[in-house]
Design a protein around this ligand. Structure first.
Ligand SMILES: Cc1ncc(C[n+]2csc(CCOP(=O)(O)OP(=O)(O)O)c2C)c(N)n1
Ligand SMILES: CC(=O)[C@@H](O)[C@H](O)COP(=O)(O)O
Ligand SMILES: [Mg+2]
Length: 608
């Protein structure tokens, strides 16, 4: 069928099973082709095609609210709610968001981007419906890795104990997070998964047997299980558990969802899916390479990613200091796979458990073990209290690799790395740094582990950095001071950190101003000696930060100036008090008035 003709999901109700199956094939082919052009979360979406068709077939969205955990697996939902045409702009500037997005559709009921929120959102929805005396179901779709997140467990604990609310939880079990799922809950799921052959043969019975027989068989199965007292964790928590069933079998899905809609109790429907279904390489991927893919491009990319740079530096550092890595489910993105292979005893994938990881790191540091804790800037926010209370307050020597710091581009507002400087900045004892280039990254890593003993942040962006991976890595001893990136003769000082320094230099050159540019690689504490030196002259100052300035470098400089009654003209360029949407990095920079032209304009205004 022509997916572009779909306006809303009501058409599904008139389709036969064969037509629904054909539709699932059409959607799968469409996704595979479309994502070659735009990139996106390929594997997770190929795994949920039948589930989402069945949900929209049985339920009535938006009266029945479908709540997607993370929201990265909802492309079929976007198609069925009339957005197929917009897929050519998926994750592009001003285009379709890669996640659930309130502004896009009345069917988009829960925005998140961060894992583990769907259960709490479901419970909130059920309460809201009760308060507003409103009909309709609440259905949470959550992956096997996200259901083990602390937040999910907190909500599961409460909803299972509430006899007056009825939530539907679809556990989409593909035994994968981005990489393999971890932990004992994951093992428990495997235990009560029947083997795949049994699940697939169920599909055949479902086709042959009439519904009434299926219902009787399932009752018998449940009674036998109750008799044998073989409860599983969900039943222990107060839910009716149904499954495991084949999550690619539309007939079975529809049959079970219809059945569930008549049950009065909260239910967990456990479905088994293949992550990457229909795409051979994605199906066989046990590493996580196909979880999210970039658009197909034949351009040769220069340099390496910042994540690769930090991973290489950390590997080399092992000759000086053996470090332990706590990894919150992001081995692929942070490029720590080699480290994991090389030092399996010093690497622990903790799953989506950023809070747990922070407190665990605190204790390990307290016991004298050097810990590296790589976190995407946006996900570090999850562990605010643990980092503040367990690490910062006690001044524990944990080294944080804050990856995806700054504008992340295509992932958009839920993933922007704009608040880490503010967050770590307000915490006592923290040292916050950002390298300009690969060598400075290596030096800061060495400094963070070897030359100092505070909680330490090295932040780095999503993009690439110039470095030849075959080259030997050497560490230079550096001091916790700012450096002159460029000394100029005009009375203008530009202060920034990280790779943005190149942009500042280009902008100054293009403005025809011979500005002094400062590399404030130690964002906190600030270099007061250097500031004193700069501000001993009659200069104008521009502070540039690809981050929220609340708690950032600019207010720290302002405080210094206020304390010393300095009255220099100073302006800031930063990303403050706004939600930054998805798009190409350069476009987003421009929208935030942080691009080269905006800097030039500021420089010209300052020098008038
Ligand atoms: C708090 C948080 N940490 C990490 C991530 C990154 N992340 C996005 S999806 C994902 C894996 C989710 O696995 P699962 O819930 O099983 O869904 P699947 O993709 O397998 O369908 C991870 C780790 C995130 N979005 N939020
Ligand atoms: C869904 C999610 O949160 C991750 O998959 C994220 O999209 C990864 O981002 P990177 O592509 O920057 O690793
Ligand atoms: Mg999964």
């Amino acid at each position: 069928m022509n997916l572009f003709d779909i306006k809303d999901p009501t058409f599904l109700k008139n389709l036969s099973l064969t037509e629904l199956e054909d539709l699932s094939e059409d959607i799968r082919s469409f996704l595979i082709e479309s994502l070659k052009k735009t990139g996106g979360h390929l594997s997770s979406n190929l795994g949920t095609v039948e589930l989402i068709i069945a949900l929209h077939y049985v339920f009535n969205s938006p009266k029945d609210a479908i709540i997607f955990d993370v929201g990265h697996q909802a492309y079929t939902h976007k198609i069925l709610t009339g957005r197929a045409k917009e897929f050519e702009s998926l994750r592009q500037t001003d285009g379709l968001s890669g996640y659930i997005n309130y502004k896009e559709s009345i069917h988009d009921m829960w925005e998140s981007g961060h894992a583990g929120t769907a259960m709490s959102a479901l419970y909130g929805l059920l309460y809201a419906k009760m308060m507003k005396n409103e009909d309709g179901e609440g259905i949470a779709v959550i992956g096997d890795a996200s259901i083990m997140n602390g937040m999910s467990v907190e909500a599961l604990n409460l909803l299972g104990n509430d006899p007056n609310k009825r939530g539907i939880i679809i556990l989409n079990d593909n035994q994968m997070s981005i990489s393999k799922s971890v932990g004992s809950l994951s093992k428990a799921l495997i235990r009560f998964r029947s083997n795949k052959v049994v699940i697939k043969s169920k599909r055949i019975w479902q086709r042959i047997l009439p519904d009434i027989i299926l219902r009787i068989l399932s009752r018998i199965k449940r009674s036998v299980r109750t008799l044998l007292q073989r409860k599983n964790i969900f039943e222990d928590l107060g839910y009716m558990y149904i499954g495991p069933i084949d999550g690619h079998d539309l007939k079975g899905l529809i049959y079970n969802l219809k059945r569930i809609s008549k049950i009065k109790k909260s239910v967990v429907l456990h479905i088994i899916t293949d992550k990457g279904k229909g795409h051979k390489d994605a199906e066989n991927d046990s590493i996580g390479t196909y979880h999210g893919v970039s658009k197909v491009s034949h351009k040769v990319k220069e340099g390496i990613t910042w994540s690769q740079c930090i991973a290489a530096g950390l590997d080399q550092l092992q000759t000086f200091k053996e470090t332990f890595v706590i990894m919150p489910a992001m081995t692929v993105g942070t490029k720590m796979d080699n480290f994991e292979k090389k030092y399996p005893n010093r690497y622990f994938d903790i799953g989506i458990a950023e809070e747990h990881g922070a407190t665990m790191a605190a204790m390990m540091a307290h016991q004298g073990v050097p810990v590296f804790y790589p976190l995407y800037a946006t996900f570090s926010q999850r562990a605010f209290d643990q980092i503040l209370n367990d690490i910062a307050r006690s001044n524990h020597h944990v080294v944080f690799g804050i990856d995806r710091a700054g504008i992340v581009g295509e992932d958009g507002s839920t993933h922007q790395g704009l608040f880490d400087v503010s967050m770590f900045g307000l915490m006592p004892n923290f040292v916050i740094t950002m390298p300009y280039d690969a060598q400075e990254a290596f030096d800061l890593l060495y400094y963070g582990f070897v030359n100092q003993s505070h909680p330490f942040v090295i932040r780095y962006p999503r993009g690439r950095v110039s470095h030849d991976i075959k080259e030997d890595i050497k560490f230079n001893t550096i001091k916790p001071v700012w450096t002159y990136f460029k000394k100029g003769i005009d009375p203008l000082v530009l202060i920034g950190y990280g790779p943005s320094l190149d942009l500042l230099k280009d902008a100054a050159d293009q403005s025809g101003i011979d500005a002094t540019i400062i590399n404030a690689r130690f964002i906190k504490p600030i270099d007061e000696h250097m500031l004193k030196d700069i501000l001993s002259k009659d200069v104008k100052v521009l502070v540039y930060e690809e981050a929220s300035n609340i708690g950032g470098l600019y207010p720290m400089i302002l405080k210094y100036m206020a304390k010393h009654e300095l009255k220099h003209k100073i302006v800031e360029m930063s990303i403050t008090d706004m939600v930054v949407e998805h798009g190409h990095y350069q476009d987003v920079l421009k929208k935030c008035h942080m691009d080269k032209d905006s800097i030039i304009k500021h420089i010209k205004d300052l020098m008038k």
